[in-house]
Design a protein around this ligand. Structure first.
Ligand SMILES: [Zn+2]
Length: 127
């Protein structure tokens, strides 16, 4: 069973980088790594996310949406403590009209747009 990845405009925050994975079975899954919008044909849409998180450590990676911003920092710090190798660990949040990323490895906060461009550039260089 195969699947293919495409991008769509996020129905929640309008970001154009929302990822959609479509399976040959007809199942579909979408995730916005900016606002945390999350959809699957199995369980429908996740309502009112406040951001998304991403943690790639030894043994695999996880992404998800955030419904409660207070617990996510502790959860990620816990992940980091248990890991030997960390590639990425960050979460997004909205302040005013702007989306930001809190990068737990670099220990800095930057606008989501800039973070995403840097991430892409670094990804290309590492290929
Ligand atoms: Zn979004």
């Amino acid at each position: 069973m195969g699947s293919y990845i495409s991008n769509m405009k996020c129905p929640n925050c309008s970001w154009k980088g929302c990822v959609v994975e479509t399976w040959t079975s007809g199942d579909e899954w979408a995730m916005c790594q900016r606002c945390g919008y999350d959809y699957s044909s199995e369980r429908g849409e996740r309502k009112n996310p406040v951001g998304s998180w991403c943690c790639f450590i030894t043994g695999g990676g996880q992404i998800g949406s955030i419904e409660d911003s207070k617990t996510i920092l502790n959860k990620l710090k816990e992940h980091l403590k248990q890991a030997d190798l960390i590639d990425e660990c960050w979460f997004t949040f909205k302040k005013g009209k702007q989306w930001y990323v809190h990068d737990l490895i670099a220990e800095r906060i930057m606008p989501f747009g800039r973070f995403w461009i840097l991430k892409k550039v670094i990804g290309e260089l590492e290929k």
